[in-house]
Structure formats: structure tokens, C-alpha cells
Design a binder for this molecule. Sequence first.
Ligand code: 2RA
Length: 351
Amino acid sequence: PQPTLAVVGATGAVGTVLCDLLSSRRNVWGEIRLLASARSVGRQVRCRGEELTVGALTPEAFDGVDVAVFDVPDEVSAHWAPVAAERGAVVVDNSAAFRADRDVPLVVPEINPEQVHHRPRGIIANASCTTLTMIVAIAPLHREYGLRELVLASYQAVSGAGQAGVDALHLQLGKIAGDRVLGSRPGDVRQAVGDELGPFPAPLALNVVPWAGSPAEQGWSSEELTVRNESRRILGLPDLKVSATCVRVPVVTGHSVAVHAVFATEVDAEGAREALRNAPGVILVDDPAAGEFPMPIDAVGTDPSWVGRIRRAVDDPRALDLFVTGDNLRKGAALNTAQIAELVVNPRPRP
Ligand code: 2RA
């Protein structure tokens, strides 16, 4: 029989994209069971061409489930993922609850698919959307030149903070629409937006906010340290130097990252383009003269990470500068979890 998939958090921002994706991917699943918190139970959701009714999150709901994908807040995953694993399901978790746990592999199917086998807790974690967007483009360059250091700034879309983030941006855009002088005096945008900040510390409309995540040690944000730690784990480079500045921008969906990557050997831009042209999960869009570069408005709704603006650093022959954009709800979340779930039921041979 075909394996059973449970989707926990089926009605959230990522869960909705996952249901959508399951309609277009090769169908490897038998039953698909949608689960969610009490307020969504009973809702009808279209998934893989079927109208499915959302069921309640209970321990028994995981009986007979082969793979359970979780797209829920950290504390919900922290409680329920071990329950699902206990009932025999392999959990693929998209929250931050297990990402730093050494007994929970962080899998990116294009980069370290063999890690799906090393899951002593029965849980596999999905990396954060900022890391995922960037790392599929960095891994092929690491294979070519040997990565030593990443210095990066992110441009993160509001949907990275869930539906509440999207709602907040649209509400703010509605409030400022039509005022042609807004943004020219200190505080005028704050005043127009009022206290409708949603999950953000400042207005996003007509602004950029150099903060994502929660406060961590020494002035870093959790998101910045997450990108560092996850890049190290996924690439298997425990000493990789990483400095990240994470920034929220008024984009609905599509995280972008400007990267300065330093390698062990000399690089050349055309060689880097060639490596990326042949890499899985990547699309090269690098013709600035023709106005072609990676941008959220084009990358949204697509699977690959879009890479462009590839230059050898003027002052360091071992460094490349580049720009990457990817759909934070797809490769950054739902797509990567779907790919991991498929890998669990159809594993590639152990190395
Ligand atoms: C964000 N990376 O964009 C986070 C979500 N995982 O807020």
C-alpha cells in the first residue's frame, strides 16, 4: 500500500502552500490526513485534487501515519512532534523547535539527502527559509571552490512571519495609499500606520526593518544566528565563518539574500555561473544589461532559488558577490518539507 501522509497545520500559511504543492508533485501518497488546531477542525481544504476535512490534533490521529509534516508554531511542534514519532510516524518539522538538536538532521535534499537516515528521534527538521533560499545556490559553489566565509544581508518577505505578517503589510499599505507626501518627514509613516504593526517591531510599508526573529546574545537576532548555525550544519562545515544581517522588507513573498562568499581558491564569475547552471534547485538569471536579475515578484510561486548578479570581488580574487531570491513558502518551507517527506518513503541508497 502507498504510505500515509499527515499534514499538521494544514490551514496555515505554509500548510496551504503544501496542500497546493501536493496537487502538482508526483503522487507518492496513499491517504493524506489533514490536522489542525481546534478552531480549524471541520474545515474543507482542497489537497491533491480532493476535498479533505481537517481533523483534530490528537495522539490517535497519528496511528497508521508513515510521515507527518508539521507546519505549526514552535511550541506546538515541541509538544506534538514527539507524540507523532512515538506513534510510529517519521516527523518532518518546519518549526525552529528541533533545528539545533544534534539528534535531528537538517536535510536539504539537493545537498545532504543521506542525512534522512540519521534520525534517532524519528524527527527531521526543515531549515529556516532564509538559509534554504541561499544554501541551494551556495552548495554548488562550495563544491567547486571550497567555502571559507559568508557575509550576507537578507531582504525577508513578510510571509516569513506567517499570515499575520501578510495581513499587517496589506493593512498598512491600505492606510498609506494615495498620500503622495508620506515618507518625506520623520515619523509621518509611523503616524499613518499607527499601532497596526502585526508581528513586526516597526512599520513595513515604505520602510525596511533591520530585524527578524528574537533577541539573541551580543546584539544578534535569533534569525542571524540561525542562518549561521544552519549553514554550517547543512554544508558540514563546523568552522565556517558567517556574518548575517537579517532585514524585513515590504515584500509579500520571496526572501532575497545578498551574499559575499569567500573561498579557498581563486574564483571566476563564468565558472561560478557554469556550476550554478548545472545545479539542482537553482535557476540562473544573470543578465543585468537586459534587466534580468533575481527578484521576488518573479520568483514567487516558483520552486528554484533564482541566482544572479554574480561578480568576482574587485578586491579579493577568492571571493564572489551574488544575489539570491527564492519563494520562502515553497523552497523555504513547504517544498523542502515535501521533498524530505518523499525522500523518507523513497530513500536514495545509503552512501
Ligand atoms: C522569517 N525566517 O522570515 C523566518 C521564518 N522562518 O521570519
